[in-house]
Design a protein around this ligand. Structure first.
Ligand code: XMP
Length: 333
């Protein structure tokens, strides 16, 4: 009874009424929520929306280009891509503590976003500057921060979010997904014409590969991890489980590769190698509070392992993480 077409019409009308002839700025991350929010708001107000996509250099392989193709290319939305990878990787150099890494990434994200908002305002060209900040906040986020659930006494991982940004920027909030659950957000995304592959993607943490490279983040580690992870995801998507007819990507809740900054000995042809190690992580969960490691078929693991070792020079060993949450967490940092 939740009719998507009507829902879109109503939501569009509401956004138009709320925004009037003012302008809106939105931080696009490539994630499901901000993508669907952008597509919906763009449907409602077109060029009154400017998306700012901060590329922190810790995204998945080709992710930045994919986001641009989708939003600037196909939807014809106004998108500013900020290539901030040098800034982020520069500030992160030598930092090994996971929480410090998160704080640096979250803090820089806010700085870069604020600078872009100010630039936009100063750029003139009929631009009065945004008066609204749009966010892809969904119902579970509202409930979590509104106190319906009591806040956990200890923070295990400080999640990168842009809390406090509207106040800092002096902007009003526009949150058109506030009443929706994740499944509804996904349906809405598909109805708005976003590709199902994008809308049904596994969650990706705000700090990105920054928490999947253990310890010190170096540009060469980012490149190795991007390529290894791309192979893993490609094989998960293309391997179908015959019982369910679903791909192993769809049968897992989250799957990714972790870069371990340790070297181990291997052999290739007549030579000895001394290269890095990666761990594959795949979990099944309904709420991400607890999770089981996924019993991926050996044949799939075998293919992923040999492809990574053969195709990614610099990695000579692949391991599979068989730890459940708790006591392990899903991410390694
Ligand atoms: P853990 O590792 O705590 O992860 O079992 C649970 C879920 O949260 C995601 N996660 C994050 N998401 N910023 C995010 O936006 C973060 O700093 C962060 N740390 C973990 C993780 O990917 C998993 O889905």
């Amino acid at each position: 009874d939740w009719i998507m077409g009507n829902y879109i019409e109503e939501a569009v009308a509401k956004i138009r009424e709320q925004v009037g002839d003012e302008e809106v700025i939105l931080g696009l991350s490539g994630g499901v929520d901000s993508s669907v929010a952008a597509a919906l708001i763009h449907r409602a107000i077109g060029d009154q929306l400017t998306c700012v996509f901060v590329d922190h250099g810790l995204l998945r392989l080709n992710e930045g280009d994919m986001v641009m193709d989708m939003f600037a290319g196909k939807l014809h939305a106004k998108v500013i891509r900020v290539d901030a990878s040098e800034l982020f990787l520069g500030q992160l150099a030598g930092v090994t503590d996971p929480e410090r890494k998160r704080k640096i990434i979250g803090g820089l994200f806010v700085d870069v976003f604020k600078a872009e908002a100010a630039k936009l305002k100063a750029s003139g060209a009929g631009h009065k500057g945004a008066t609204f900040l749009a966010q892809g906040t969904i119902y579970p986020d509202v409930v979590e921060s509104g106190g319906t659930k009591t806040k956990k006494a200890t923070t295990i991982k400080s999640h990168h979010n842009v809390g406090g940004l509207p106040e800092q920027l002096g902007l009003k909030l526009l949150e058109p997904l506030r009443e929706l659950f994740k499944d509804e957000v996904r349906e809405l995304g598909v109805a708005l014409g976003l590709p199902p592959d994008m809308v049904y993607r596994h969650p990706f943490p705000g700090p990105g590969l920054g928490v999947r490279i253990l310890g010190d983040i170096r540009p060469e580690f980012v490149k190795l991890l991007q390529r290894a992870d791309h192979i893993f995801i490609e094989e998960l998507r293309s391997t179908v489980d015959h019982n369910s007819g679903k791909s192993w990507y769809d049968l897992t809740s989250q799957a990714f590769t972790v870069f371990l900054p340790v070297k181990s000995v291997g052999v290739m042809g007549d030579g000895r190698t001394y290269d890095y190690v990666v761990a594959l992580r795949a979990v099944q969960t309904s709420d991400f509070m607890t999770a089981d490691w996924a019993e991926l078929p050996y044949s799939l693991l075998k293919r992923v392992s040999s492809r990574i070792i053969n195709e990614v020079r610099g990695i000579n060993r692949v391991t599979y993480d068989v730890s459940s949450k708790p006591p392990a967490t899903i991410e390694w940092e």
